[in-house]
Design a protein. Structure first.
Length: 441
């Protein structure tokens, strides 16, 4: 098996494109085949080096390695031009200056359902001749066979007047030259497939097997876009998702072999992957489900590995103690700093929290807690827990009436890891200093 991921580098890699890349990669790894990368950069204005770099960046972050040096479609233009010339010489293609208006007029005369057939001219764009009889059948591993009657197909334009190739010719020739056996891509390419098959037939090339993937929708059933949250791989990375969780989640968007299993390691995905089990129906990307799955992966990393990743993500060192008391509460790497950053950088400035919990009765609760903590002998989670619970009982208060003023004093806001663990990590001197500052404020 030889497959290719062939993105157009027009910006960051969309989640739909990432899933296409992943399915190609999984199919190749499952079959012991080759996963290749082709940059379809014939749109010179949008296919900038920066955009190409973003494709590589996204695939590397997803840990989808390719087996050969990436190629650029534009580098193959001379080969494309040669194919166009040979098709013209053989009579399988012809020049035509017909405009869209000419095509509409022709169809008005011959019938709207009839595919356009032009007459050869001395110059103009190059059209491929489509036989009047017969049919082109797309054999699709996901959708089964789709039949295109030739009489309904226009002679497609395959090159401009200067013989520079258009998309469908370039793709067909490149797939043939690269000996691609399976073309795995989005269903938005279905209309291109019969044209590419006609090109392959005209040049006497074998036909690959096709698998057209369903499109991705948001939870509301509409086409996935930025309004549904993160829409690109880079946005997912910046939002603190783990690559292994993203691989797991997007692999299940349209594919699966068990309904009750959602956490599947990548090596197990490789072992199980089968294109014939991909659904025909659109899959729904739900970032809340991804967050849940990512949280599961976060907790399976272990404190040491999670600390390493968080230090890389935040650019800060010395996070191990803060990570140890936070890992059960975060779902993404980006959740960590809002939850525990105060441990390293000092209390936040949440004025509303201060007004609610450090005025009136809250200040009295905090002062009482400060007195008890100041008299404490050993300073650890167990002794802190016991001492503060005694304050709650003696004051006949709700736990939050004691813990929230304390939390605001330590963190500057009402969000933090467990209050006993936070006190322990901060240590006696720093914790008491912050409480004193809050009481003085």
């Amino acid at each position: 098996m030889r497959v290719r991921f062939a993105p157009s580098p027009t910006g960051t890699l969309h989640i739909g494109g990432a899933r296409t890349a992943l399915y190609n990669w999984l199919a190749a790894r499952h079959a012991g085949g080759r996963f290749t990368l082709r940059i379809e950069d014939t749109d010179r204005e949008r296919s900038t080096p920066e955009n190409v770099a973003q494709i590589y960046d996204a695939l590397r972050w997803l840990e989808l390695d390719w087996d050969e040096e990436p190629v650029s479609q534009s580098d193959n233009e001379e080969r494309h031009r040669l194919v166009v010339e040979r098709l013209l010489e053989s009579g399988k293609a012809y020049r035509s200056s017909a405009t869209g208006e000419d095509v509409r007029a022709w169809k008005a005369e011959h019938g709207a359902g009839r595919g356009y057939r032009g007459m050869p001219e001395a110059d103009g764009a190059v059209r491929l001749r489509v036989p009047d009889e017969g049919q082109t059948v797309v054999h699709d591993l996901i959708r089964g066979d789709t039949v295109f009657e030739h009489r309904h197909l226009d002679d497609p334009v395959i090159a401009r007047a200067d013989r520079s190739p258009l998309y469908n010719l370039a793709v067909a020739v490149d797939d043939h030259d690269a000996e691609i056996t399976h073309v795995i891509r989005g269903e938005d390419h279905i209309s291109n497939t019969p044209k590419q098959l006609l090109v392959l037939e005209a040049i006497g090339a074998p036909k690959p097997v096709y698998a057209h993937l369903p499109l991705l929708h948001g939870p509301d059933g509409k086409k996935l876009s930025k309004r549904h949250g993160a829409a690109s791989v880079q946005e997912l990375r910046d939002a603190g998702y783990l690559p292994e969780a993203v691989r797991n989640y997007i692999a299940l968007l349209g594919w699966g072999d068990t309904e009750d299993e959602t956490l599947i390691a990548t090596d197990e995905l490789v072992r199980r992957f089968d294109l014939t089990r991909v659904s025909k129906s659109p899959a729904r990307f739900d970032e809340q489900k991804l967050r849940w799955m990512n949280g599961r992966y976060v907790r399976e990393l272990g404190t040491e590995e999670l600390t390493r990743r968080l230090e890389e993500f935040t650019g800060r060192d010395g996070l191990d103690a803060a990570v140890g008391i936070s890992e059960e509460k975060i779902q993404t790497l980006a959740d960590f700093w809002p939850l525990a950053g105060f441990i390293l950088d000092g209390p936040a400035d949440d004025q509303a929290a201060r007004e609610r919990w450090l005025d009136g009765g809250g200040r009295g609760m905090l002062a009482d807690a400060r007195r008890v903590l100041g008299e404490l002998g050993a300073w650890n989670v167990e002794t802190l827990d016991k001492a503060l619970r005694e304050v709650v009982a003696r004051r006949e208060a709700k736990p939050r009436d004691v813990y929230q003023p304390l939390r605001v004093a330590l963190a500057g806001t009402t969000v933090s890891p467990g209050i006993f663990e936070t006190l322990d990590v901060l240590g006696r001197d720093e914790a008491l200093r912050r409480i004193d500052a809050a009481l003085a404020g």
